[in-house]
Design a protein around this ligand. Sequence first.
Ligand code: AMP
Length: 217
Amino acid sequence: MLNIVLMGPPGAGKGTHAMWMAKDYAIPHISTGDMFREAMASGSELGNQIKDIINSGGLVSDDLTCALVKERLSRKDCENGYLLDGFPRTPAQAEALKTFGKEINREVNLVINIGAPDELLIQRIAGRRVCPKCGASFNVNTMKPKVEGICDVCGAELIQRKDDNEESFKVRLTNYYKSTAPLMEFYKNEGVLNDFDGSIEATDLKKVITDCLEAHK
Ligand code: AMP
């Protein structure tokens, strides 16, 4: 069974690789960023509450995020594995996941950590265009869609995320180094950490991640 946490700085390729991993291994892709963006798009109370934090690149509170993830992981579709993308992002979230994971029988058994140098992350984020409908990710320089501005997967019009600007990116990267990067040590101690180089070609990275998943499934 694959109970996976996908980690890495913004722009490392988490979203791109999460899509095929979830499909090929038939496990739900649970992205806290997508959940928050859906809440914002729906205009719900939660959405209004988190809008300013997200657009400026800040982190949503641990309590709120953990409650959302615990509820989502408790659902039946996660009983044969799951792929968590963008959670945990702080030591408190990692500790909470460890505790409630045991409680609901959803303990993490594999961490895929994708790293890449800052200069590359900045370039990727600046050129990133995403599909608001299916979540697919493209890049105007390096991963162009077949038809400019249109999602290859579902045909929706691509957009640039509001937090994919230089200012918000700097905040997100600072938060990553301060709060999320320390989780590598946490998961290394748990014996589940697997490091990957996110600067190589996406097809090559897919191959090495697949080898890792095959060895653990
Ligand atoms: P992402 O799509 O993973 O880049 O997430 C987009 C934004 O959602 C982040 O910059 C945060 O503002 C918020 N977010 C996503 N996941 C978390 C989390 N685990 N904890 C706190 N905030 C989060």
